[in-house]
Design a protein around this ligand. Structure first.
Ligand code: COA
Length: 385
């Protein structure tokens, strides 16, 4: 699936554009270094860093979940955007580590934010999920069906890692990143995207789980791997990733009518520094134009692109009117690229934000009280039976 907002349409009065107006990230407090991992599997910091570029990752504690990390990132994004949760029309959480098949993580976040006007659903496209979600939200905005969307990538990969498998447990980490997209008549924002999948590569990267096939008597998933644990053919995935990153960025650039050399910053899925180096070589882009923070976070799957986007903004690597390329790749196999032209006046630059901040806090408090009231009501109901 390839989409373009056709930059030529900018002249028409009715044109709507989908701009990023808010962003936020959240990671657990606990850091796990390569040396920490070397204490329980046979590996070492030098091997891990040389092969992957990773030095450390964040690991959720017991009380943290994909939903709590998503909620914290979402609150930050609402602060930056300076809009109310009730202004949101849609919440998408891209994740492979939801606590439930349903209710969705997105519905939990919707309730906690008191985003009472928003539809909410989880999206399963592994490490490409965030770009898939952003594309769906941008299209809904441009079509005029919604005005504002919250798109989150959130994961607790530590819960689906086989901690005895040194070839995978070194790679992943936990975290969440969120972005708010809003309609605007200012040209720019999401210009194009390319979404792709090759299900023939399903066995190369998978988390088998019990779904529509009744697997109660099976010891393992279809690919012979443990249920609810990640399995990966590392070498094959490496080759696939280096190929699709460059190909799909080129395709998205063509759709956006932007030259590859005019891309100011590539924000790729943070899987492995060597994959990014190989992709940069193939594209003929200097590696300094590739945002990389894999050293500090490891691979946080669907969360890695929005976390890297937040860090790029914090490091002032993104300026108004810059062309940004996002690219995700991973399980499915699935991959996705997107070109964004950055920049729209933020609402907070036009209105005083103190009142909105207080209104947001009131909404979060209302949501907490409503949850408390529901819990008490359920307890009273069950004790009366
Ligand atoms: N520490 C030390 N040695 C390790 C190790 C570890 N953590 N993991 C594997 N090894 C060993 C292997 O057992 C093997 O030993 P052998 O030669 O005696 O059999 C040797 O290192 C080489 O293993 P190999 O799997 O060929 O290493 P590699 O160079 O392909 O690197 C990955 C492995 C996982 C780092 C690499 O394949 C990779 O990054 N793939 C992409 C993974 C990815 O990004 N997935 C997510 C995409 S979304």
């Amino acid at each position: 699936m390839a989409q373009s907002s056709s930059p030529g349409a900018e002249a028409t009065a009715a044109a709507r554009f989908a701009h990023v107006i808010g962003w936020g990230k959240a990671v657990p407090e606990k850091v796990m270094t390569n040396d920490d991992i070397a204490a329980f599997v046979e590996t070492n910091d030098d091997w891990i860093f040389t092969r992957t570029g990773i030095r450390q990752r964040y690991i959720a504690h017991e009380a943290e979940s994909t939903a709590t990390l998503a909620y914290n990132a979402a609150r930050q994004a609402l602060e930056v955007a300076d809009i109310l949760p009730t202004d949101l029309d849609l919440i998408i959480v891209a994740t492979s580590t939801a606590e439930n098949i349903f209710p969705s993580t997105a519905s939990q976040v919707q309730d906690w934010l008191n985003a009472s006007e928003a539809g909410a659903f989880d999206l399963s496209a592994a490490c490409s999920g965030f770009v898939y979600g952003l594309q769906l939200a941008a299209d809904s905005i441009r079509a005029g069906s919604i005005n504002a969307a919250l798109v989150i990538g959130a994961e607790t990969m530590s819960r689906i890692i086989d901690w005895t498998d040194r070839s995978t447990c070194i790679l992943f980490g936990d975290g969440a990143g969120a972005v708010i997209l809003r309609a605007s008549d200012a040209p720019g924002g999401v210009l194009s995207s390319v979404l792709r999948s090759d299900g023939a590569g399903a066995d190369l990267l998978a988390i088998p789980s019990v779904g529509s096939i009744d697997a109660k008597d099976s010891p393992a998933g279809a690919n012979g791997n443990q249920f609810y644990k990640i399995s990966m053919a590392g070498g094959e995935v490496f080759k696939f990733a280096t190929r699709v990153v460059s190909e799909s960025i080129e395709q998205a650039c063509r759709l956006a009518q932007v030259k590859v050399e005019d891309i100011d910053l590539v924000i790729p899925h943070q899987a492995n520094r060597r994959i990014l180096q190989a992709a940069a070589r193939k594209l003929g882009i200097d590696i300094t134009k590739f945002m990389s923070n894999v050293e500090h976070y490891g691979n946080t799957s669907a969360a890695s692109i929005p976390i890297a986007l937040c860090e790029a903004i914090e490091q002032r690597r993104i300026n108004n009117r810059d062309h940004i390329a996002l690219v995700g790749f991973g399980g499915g196999l699935a991959w996705a690229s997107m070109i964004i032209r950055w920049g729209v006046p933020k609402p907070s630059e036009q209105h005083g934000s103190l009142i909105k901040r207080q209104q947001r806090h009131v909404q979060y408090r209302i949501a907490r009280l409503r949850r408390l009231r529901r819990r008490v009501a359920r307890r009273l109901q069950s004790s009366s039976f």
